[in-house]
Design a protein around this ligand. Structure first.
Ligand code: PBG
Length: 324
């Protein structure tokens, strides 16, 4: 058995060519999903202050954006919507003429090959900003299910390839699968936000999507950050209910969760490199404190090394250029 000085681990790292051929994780543009925010109107393009380089776009400009995303080789987008008006039950979420439904149609018409994933939740559409129907100051799980299922069906009818429920209601995956199958959408994929934590890293997104809760917080429904076993049970249950792809969110502070889900379940895993994770790197890079490209490569590679197959990231467009 060789040992030092015969055994030298540095041998394998001596040159760039050696390091590259022995590299264990390879980031690919096909791993990436780019989030986009749909707003009403035509010709609307507003930069999101908390997410530099990301925009609120009307459906006509989203179609253009989808074309440039496809040219970069990015296979998929994740769509969020900011409706004209909000109400108690988030009716904008399941309106056939809603902002996301319109955007799906226009994007599909312009770029049929782009994989459209839609966020299925009520928080951007409710006045109170919670992810479900509020009764006596509490989010009512069971009353929310029907509206979430309707939202998912309306996205599928508009042409979405995957629906991604993010409300963390018990039974939401089963409710969606039943509704889709009952209406002939047996091939619509469910990408479930199965392990979604109540994270402070969603801060910039809540500004971007105007969905911060007006009272209370999301801790009664999203996962508690110190817990791992609850996350694994959420994943297990969503798989039983019919999820096709499992999401862990956020990614960076939860790499251990991604790794455990990878070992335990034989399902594709998506990880959401959330708004606060993007903002940290972006802001430090703007101050000249970090090398942005190197950090983004390292972050995305780490998420993949932990076990993610797909990475949802606001860095997707820049990363696609760097990966060319
Ligand atoms: C909606 C939703 C949120 C995010 C994705 N879908 C916000 C939340 O749960 O408060 C966060 C995304 C990000 O921070 O990039 N339920």
């Amino acid at each position: 058995m060789a040992s030092f000085p015969q055994l030298r681990l540095r041998r394998l790292r001596r040159t760039g060519a050696l390091r590259e051929m022995l590299q264990e994780t390879r980031l690919n543009v096909k791993d990436l999903i780019y989030p986009l925010f749909a707003v009403p109107g035509r010709g609307v393009k507003r930069e999101i202050p908390s997410l530099p380089g990301n925009f609120h776009l009307s459906s006509d400009l989203l179609a253009k954006e989808a074309e440039s995303i496809a040219k970069l080789g990015i296979p998929a987008i994740l769509l969020f919507g900011l409706p004209q008006t909000k109400d108690e039950t988030g009716s904008g979420a399941y309106n056939a003429k809603g902002v996301v439904q319109k955007a799906i149609k226009e994007i599909k018409r312009a770029v049929p090959e782009v994989v459209i994933v839609t966020d299925v939740c009520l928080c951007e559409y409710t006045e109170h900003g919670h992810c479900g129907v509020v009764i006596d100051g509490q989010v009512d799980n069971d009353k929310t299910l029907e509206l979430i299922a309707r939202t998912a069906l309306s996205h599928a009818e508009a042409g979405a390839d995957m629906v991604a429920p993010s409300a963390m209601m018990d039974g939401q995956v089963a409710a969606i699968r039943n509704e889709l199958d009952a209406n002939g959408f047996k091939d619509t994929i469910i990408l479930s936000y199965a392990a979604k934590y109540a994270s402070a890293f969603y801060g910039p997104f809540r500004e971007a999507a105007e969905c911060a809760p007006r009272f209370g917080d999301r801790r009664p429904y999203q996962l508690d950050p110190p817990s791992m076993r609850q996350a694994l049970r959420e994943v297990e249950l969503d798989i039983q209910e019919g999820a096709d792809i499992i999401m862990v969110k956020p990614a960076l502070a939860y790499l251990d969760i991604i790794a455990h889900v990878r070992y335990r379940f034989h399902y594709p895993i998506a990880a959401y490199n959330v708004s606060g994770e993007f903002a940290m790197v972006k802001a430090a890079a703007q101050k000249g404190w970090l090398d942005e490209e190197a950090c983004v490569r390292e972050v995305l590679t780490a998420i993949k090394r932990a076990g993610a197959d797909l990475i949802i990231t606001y860095h997707a467009k820049e990363a696609a250029r760097w990966l060319k």
